[in-house]
Write a protein that binds this ligand. Structure first.
Ligand code: FPP
Length: 265
């Protein structure tokens, strides 16, 4: 990939991104469905879990490039509520992988000012992983850099049910009138509360599905699908996805093109 950088002179725009990308029109929030780890491994005659190991490297590279190029939030689908149905060995491998990556990378995340959060039903995760998650979340909570959200034991439908239950509980306690429940009230009960909705969803391995990911939040996201398996998703692939995004006209149901993120508006 060309490493020549386009430097913005605009105070509100990020400092640099590759030539070919407009630094003033970067998506504020990118979401990724990291699919194809198993197929990547199978194509190389390796066990499926080696694909997940390679997938970690692709995720680290994507996080670094998003941060360097001015994306403010990256949300990755690491483990869905449906992934528990995989063979026990693969589930155990993934849990241990999350633990070892967190242990290994926490210091770098702190130094690079990344704010990491884990979104999902975390109570069902192994206790050791829960405590590593709590530590990483706490130690990076005041960091000023990119927001890195890792969806773990996450399901979009379950998130909406949970949000509805929490609103119903507030109504039952007399804190809220049913007529006060609007889109903002519901969004405030989602795991992503406080984070702007994703502007761009990237899905790898050619599948054209949302797979129960961020069902509410992706309402107006632009979708980019690449045939690459996730471990092969590199800086060039990210640049292509961002160029695809920058070529879209976003109208949010209206007639005029709107660029919500341009120039900090
Ligand atoms: C989907 O590929 C991938 C996953 C279910 C796991 C993704 C997890 C990582 C990349 C590790 C992330 C690590 C941290 C610490 C956040 P698949 O197995 O469904 O692939 P297939 O469709 O080819 O079988």
């Amino acid at each position: 990939m060309s490493q020549r950088l386009a430097v913005s002179t605009d105070q509100a725009a990020p400092l640099c991104c590759p030539e070919g990308l407009d630094p003033r029109r970067m998506p504020g929030h990118v979401a990724v469905i990291m699919d194809g780890n198993g197929r990547w491994a199978k194509a190389r005659g390796l066990p499926r879990v080696m694909g997940h190991r390679a997938g970690v490297e692709a995720l680290k590279s994507t996080l670094r490039h998003c941060s360097d190029w001015g994306v403010e939030a990256l949300t990755a689908y690491a483990f869905s509520t449906e992934n528990w149905s995989r063979p026990g060995d693969e589930v155990n491998f993934l849990m241990t992988l999350f633990e070892s990556v967190l242990q290994r990378e926490l210091q770098a995340l702190e130094e690079e000012q990344v704010r990491i959060r884990f979104l999902g039903d975390l109570d069902a995760l192994p206790v050791k992983l829960q405590s590593l998650i709590a530590e990483a979340t706490q130690r990076t909570s005041t960091n000023s850099g990119i927001h890195f959200n890792v969806c773990t034991n996450y399901g979009g439908r379950r998130e909406l049910v949970r949000a509805s239950q929490r609103l119903a509980e507030r109504v039952a306690r007399g804190e809220l009138q049913p007529s006060q429940i609007d889109e903002n009230a519901l969004a405030a009960e989602l795991f992503t509360a406080g984070e702007p909705d994703p502007d761009l969803l990237i899905r790898t391995s050619g599948e054209r599905r949302i797979s129960n990911f961020l069902l509410w939040q992706l309402a107006y996201a632009e979708i980019h699908v690449t045939d690459l398996c996730w471990p092969d998703f590199d800086a060039q692939a990210l640049q292509l996805a961002l160029e695809d995004y920058q070529g879209r006209q976003r109208r949010f149901g209206g007639l005029q093109s709107i660029e919500p993120h341009a120039l900090g508006s």
